[in-house]
Write a protein that binds this ligand. Structure first.
Ligand code: SAM
Length: 227
């Protein structure tokens, strides 16, 4: 049984897909997709030995070794050309790490049609990478579970240029259009955090910095959306 967070990621994996789940830990996501006959093949990639062994154990226990390959590898290095991966899932990490994994594995992205990404924080930097690498957002979800808010970004390869505004990068074009209660609550909280950060910087009486400018720009964007 998957968490609501991972089930949401899984819901955007196309039927019959060949998936690489990077940073798979226990391989719960590819295992669940395989058990539900939603995918035809998966690679579960993990860079740390302990979680990799968890993945191996899980896949053996469920007798899924013919469908799910577990690999000890850094990022997209888990993917080999023969895998013919068409979908990549990366969940449960910070946005900057997801971006780093995508940026350092561009050779393995050839043939990949869909990315399903779930940054715990910093979705903005992930959207920025997508925009500059011919991936177009096709859906977004925001959900709350166990006191955390999670965003799921679904992007398909495109041949036409996509441009997102500063607000769309920060909030997500689909999430911004939807403005769900979870979204509003998240950004009310982020507004308070940004305001507290600005107050601290101002009380420290240091010369205005790029950090202060960035925080104030963010506050203006959030206020514009919450109004
Ligand atoms: N994807 C699962 C989920 O969403 O529940 C596990 C998330 S877990 C918090 C993040 C996992 O990513 C850890 O097991 C960590 O070892 C792995 N990881 C971090 N950097 C990685 C990288 N460069 N390549 C592969 N795995 C990585």
């Amino acid at each position: 049984h998957l968490s609501k967070r991972l089930a949401t990621v899984g819901a955007f994996v196309p039927a019959g897909a060949r998936v690489a789940d990077i940073g798979s830990d226990h391989a719960y996501l590819p295992a669940n997709l395989a058990l539900n006959h939603q995918i035809s093949y998966a690679v579960a990639g993990e860079v740390v030995k302990g979680p990799f062994e968890n993945a191996q154990h899980e896949i053996k226990k469920l007798a899924l070794t013919t469908i799910v390959q577990t690999r000890l590898a850094d990022g997209l290095a888990a993917i080999q050309p023969a895998d013919q991966i068409d979908t990549i899932t990366i969940a449960g990490m910070g946005g900057p790490l997801i971006r780093h994994i995508l940026a350092t594995g561009e050779a393995q992205l050839i043939g990949v049609k869909r990315l399903v990404l779930q940054p715990n924080v910093g979705a903005e930097t992930v959207r920025d990478w997508l925009m500059t690498h011919q991936f177009k957002l096709v859906a977004e979800r925001i959900l709350a579970e166990d006191g955390h808010t999670y965003e799921v970004l679904v992007a398909d390869r495109t041949t036409t240029a996509v441009t997102y505004s500063a607000a769309e990068l920060l909030f997500g074009p689909y999430l911004l259009a939807e403005k769900s209660p979870v979204f509003v609550e998240k950004w009310q909280h982020e507004l308070q955090r940004a305001q507290a950060a600005v107050q601290q910087m101002q009380q420290a009486k240091v010369a205005p910095t790029a950090h202060l400018d960035a925080a104030q720009a963010k506050i203006a964007l959030i206020k514009g959306v919450l109004e």
